[in-house]
Design a protein around this ligand. Structure first.
Ligand SMILES: C[S@@+](CC[C@H](N)C(=O)[O-])C[C@H]1O[C@@H](n2cnc3c(N)ncnc32)[C@H](O)[C@@H]1O
Length: 231
């Protein structure tokens, strides 16, 4: 499991180049993945949403664009330099002025129980030191009937794995190192993707944490999966 101190300082180091690196390394597909997440949340019409591990805020901004103005949106992350990126985008573009960006740890959420109708987490759960505890925390802050949406890397379709892991192991770390000046951060990315469970095991983790009506959509040959479950 990842070491939270190392994860926090790694994101602090790459915060300023995080958005650009995402765009280049995924060829822009990451935007489509986040759109799928936001589409699922919007269909449920939540009144209060927590975007956990919000990072530079792109899911929170997309939610703010797509949901009615009265919807309360909180973007939370434990890494202040990542939140600073979100806040500077908010100030610069006036995007999502109503989003409340707050520091908080996914393993001990600073929120009362039963606060939100939806919790989203995009490419965040893989980085958490204790996934079971993080899922329990997300369930705790959801109202009964509220829904969790987890967008995360997964294990791709069998035939595509060799090509995919060639990219993530051999090509991605040097390219990302050149782009961000931090090759180690992207070696970690590859290791964390490889260690992450496939879609069936992840669905089971949601059920083990007490979620019901668990569903999963595999995106882009299973590179990414969108899991959801109801409290
Ligand atoms: C890969 S980024 C994802 C950012 C954003 N959600 C996105 O889709 O681009 C992962 C984020 O998870 C945050 N994170 C990792 N562990 C965390 C924890 N225990 N509590 C809160 N945030 C955490 C990191 O600080 C980082 O901003």
């Amino acid at each position: 499991m990842p070491d939270p101190v190392a994860v926090n300082s790694m994101f602090a180091r790459i915060a300023g180049r995080y958005d650009a690196a995402n765009l280049l390394l995924s060829g822009g597909v990451d935007r489509w993945w986040r759109r799928r997440l936001v589409g699922a949340v919007v269909a449920a019409r939540p009144a209060e949403v927590l975007d956990l591990a919000t990072g530079s805020g792109d899911v929170a901004f997309a939610l703010a664009r797509a949901l009615p103005p009265a919807t309360r949106i909180v973007g939370m992350d434990f890494c202040q330099p990542m939140l600073d990126q979100a806040i500077s985008k908010q100030t610069r573009n006036g995007h999502g002025a109503r989003i409340e960006f707050r520091q908080g740890d996914g393993l001990a959420l600073p929120c009362p129980a039963e606060t939100f109708d939806a919790v989203t987490i995009s490419f965040g759960l893989r980085n958490m030191a204790d996934r079971a505890r993080a899922l329990c925390e997300m369930r705790r802050v959801l109202r009964p009937g509220g829904r969790l949406y987890v967008l995360e890397f997964s294990q791709p379709t069998e035939w595509f794995r060799p090509l995919y892991y060639f990219y993530t192991k051999r090509l991605l770390p040097p390219i990302a190192g050149w782009l961000t000046g931090d090759k180690a951060a992207y070696a970690y990315l590859n290791a964390s993707i490889e260690a992450y469970p496939g879609h069936a095991a992840m669905s089971q983790e949601l059920r083990n944490a007490g979620f019901r009506d668990v569903s999963c959509a595999r995106l882009t040959l299973g590179i990414v999966a969108l899991h959801s479950g109801t409290r």
